[in-house]
Design a protein around this ligand. Structure first.
Ligand code: HEC
Length: 100
């Protein structure tokens, strides 16, 4: 009985360790919604953790500037024609409020 309990405890600890290791990889999954597929282009360089990390600070103008910065400063291979849709998606799902 004691061995069994120990085994269960070790198992639980290993599960917790694996869970936290994974959390650093891809715990954050973008919310479903229009524009999500285009926003997936953002993960070419960094994880989408950056998005919820910055949410609540950014309104539509802020997200538009952020997406443009990714393109202009960091060279993100995102077509300019996608900026509006991505910024709208980010604002609606992760912004300070509804897209204006
Ligand atoms: C070409 C590579 C690349 C792509 C594609 C890219 N980013 Fe970034 N992003 C970066 C780099 C480089 C940084 C800053 C350095 C760091 O901290 O990793 C960054 C940082 C950020 C930050 C943190 C705040 C800041 O300004 O530093 C946010 C938010 C962000 N990116 C959002 C996005 C979004 C949204 C997209 C999709 C539209 C995107 N990124 C696509 C390279 C990229």
């Amino acid at each position: 009985m004691r061995t069994l309990a120990m085994g269960a405890l070790v198992g639980a600890l290993m599960f917790a360790a694996a869970g936290s290791a994974m959390a650093q990889e891809d715990k954050v999954v973008l919310k479903d919604g229009p524009g999500r597929d285009k926003t997936m282009q953002c993960i070419a360089c960094h994880s989408v953790d950056y998005i919820p990390m910055n949410s609540r600070f950014l309104n539509k103008a802020g997200w538009t500037a952020e997406v443009n910065k990714m393109i202009n400063v960091f060279g993100a291979p995102i077509p300019k024609s996608d900026v509006e849709e991505i910024a709208t998606y980010l604002t609606q799902n992760y912004g300070t409020g509804p897209a204006k």
